[in-house]
Design a protein around this ligand. Sequence first.
Ligand code: ZN
Length: 298
Amino acid sequence: MNKHTTGEKFLCLTLDLENDWYFDEPGYDHLTFEYIDTFIDLINDLDVPLSVFVVGQTLEQYPEEIDRLSNQLECEFHLHSYQHDTSKNYDFREEVINGKEAYRNHFGRNPTGYRAPQGNIAEHELSLLEELGFEFDSSIFPSYRPGVYNNLSAPLTPYTPAGATSLLEIPPGAFSGIRIPTSHSYFKLIGRSLSSYLSVSPLPEVLVYSIHLQDLFKTASHDHLPVPKRWIMKRNLNNAERMLRKNISTLLSRGYQPRTMTDIYSAHTRDDSYESQTNAPKDHLDPSPVWASAENDD
Ligand SMILES: [Zn+2]
């Protein structure tokens, strides 16, 4: 096991920046981008830094919008694959290399953090991220998504995942115990009772709260979704901005300090941040899920 702790409570707000739902038809491409300026005002108003995971193709297609975010917000950018293909029928190495190239062409430097589409990542892919120079990953939802992952025993706070030696996993957030992700889509779906629970529930010391533009702003894409996804995504959409304000203010009042992903990475890779280590031979850990080298802290 190789878990990292600082003893402090950190909140990290992340945005996955991508095409809304990857409809192929013309007329449904990145429709939420018309709300970029409204979004900038909202985040500035919340007064917390934003960590953006951006899709390589989005970066290539909308450089001016990315610059607006970059110039008008306290934010940083990481990579969210190159083409956001959720089929997994592609070469992962090529996908990440293409993404890195798109990132480098825009920002003039390499990305340090990665988040996989749908949080779908395998152990050998984490090794590859490390080999390709990434310092951290934030893909392993410590939760359950039928047909995509079952990480109900995965740690809720940063750790070194199986398959990696230096790469830090900063997992997307979830409630301790009930393991519902602290993703805005879940707050919208479940409604006010989950927001109320946020004010009293046990929570991990590092809490990543993830949002998408399509969780906040309604476009024609919502009406284009098949049922029941259309119903799920439209639920509480008119209240989505208010719910975000309330949830962030709840977490701040619970003593969470707002930080970027890079801040969290730095705080958890200081020499004194290791809670415990063992020298267990690696073959004792195989075959194992990607989070298996860390201790469950639930
Ligand atoms: Zn995504």
